[in-house]
Design a protein around this ligand. Structure first.
Ligand code: A2H
Length: 253
């Protein structure tokens, strides 16, 4: 069970009213979708949260009496990392499907958007992170591709009961300047490689490989507390800022 090699930052995305039907009865507690990220410095550019409609999630009680929502697998890992009252036990308050969480209104740390929404992403893996992914379409090709899919396909939105106002007003936010790619790196690479959708696996893999190292080594922040500083120099400081404000927690697997 214990502590593995991969360290994620879990972003606490607070669920606010109007609550989804299945969560209404718990609204006297603070409830969070906990999204696993390797890129805390990109949180200034969050536009939405991703869940997979056909995947199982649980809501469980943490030792600080908050409700965290993620996969059962991740909750179990957390129960061995001092997230819960009793080691090895994550007290379930309710079992959920991803679709129960769609259209959920959230407050997320650092982003310029006052509230953002939970939207469907079909490529989320059940065996990594928390199964909840925060979306930064300026810097993640996967996120940008999935957002474009929703924006351009009315039928896709309708299928999942996603209202236009949960998607259409949200645009990628310039947060990091990468030489040769500009301030919307994921958009640039999406267009250069002519990516068609979130299912365009090979091209998305290529896009990620090209963008990530460049973003990390050559990227410069153009927003927030660390504006003008290089990504590699401030990544840990942003992480600390989030953790100190209790807007994120560290999780290993
Ligand atoms: B990253 P690794 Cl801006 N299924 O966060 C699919 N993707 C998942 C996931 C899951 N179960 N859990 C986490 N992720 C995503 C930000 C970001 C991320 C940016 C750029 C790249 C990037 C905003 N989304 O990831 O396989 C999360 O998205 C590049 C891979 O554990 C998380 O960080 O290495 C990353 O993948 C973890 O992937």
């Amino acid at each position: 069970e214990g502590v593995g090699a991969q360290e994620y930052v879990l972003i606490k995305m607070k669920i606010v009213a109007p609550y989804p039907v299945k969560l209404k009865k718990f609204s006297n507690k603070s409830m969070f979708l906990v999204a696993a990220t390797l890129r805390p410095e990109t949180m200034y550019g969050q536009t939405n949260c991703w869940v997979r409609p056909d995947m199982k999630y649980i809501a469980f009680l943490t030792k600080s009496n908050e409700i965290f929502i993620c996969t059962a697998r991740a909750a179990r890992n957390m129960s061995y990392q001092d997230f819960t009252t009793e080691e090895g036990k994550a007290p379930v308050v309710i079992n959920l499907m991803g679709e129960d969480l769609l259209g959920c209104c959230l407050k997320a740390p650092m982003t310029i958007y006052e509230t953002i929404y939970t939207l469907p992403m079909l490529t989320i893996k059940d065996d990594k992170g928390t199964g909840i992914v925060t979306s930064v379409p300026s810097d993640s090709p996967d996120d940008y591709a999935a957002l474009v899919d929703l924006k351009k396909k009315t039928a896709f939105r309708e299928k999942y009961g996603i209202k236009d106002e949960m998607v259409l007003p949200y645009e990628p936010v310039p947060i990091i300047d990468i030489p040769d790619f500009g301030t919307l790196g994921a958009v640039t690479i999406y267009e250069r490689l002519k990516i068609q959708s979130q299912n365009d696996k090979e091209k998305l893999l290529e896009a990620k490989e090209i963008l990530y190292l460049k973003g990390f080594y050559d990227g410069v922040m153009v927003i927030g507390e660390f504006k003008g500083k290089k990504v590699q120099d401030i990544k840990k400081s942003v992480q600390k800022l989030l953790v100190d404000k209790n807007e994120a927690v560290i999780y290993h697997e």
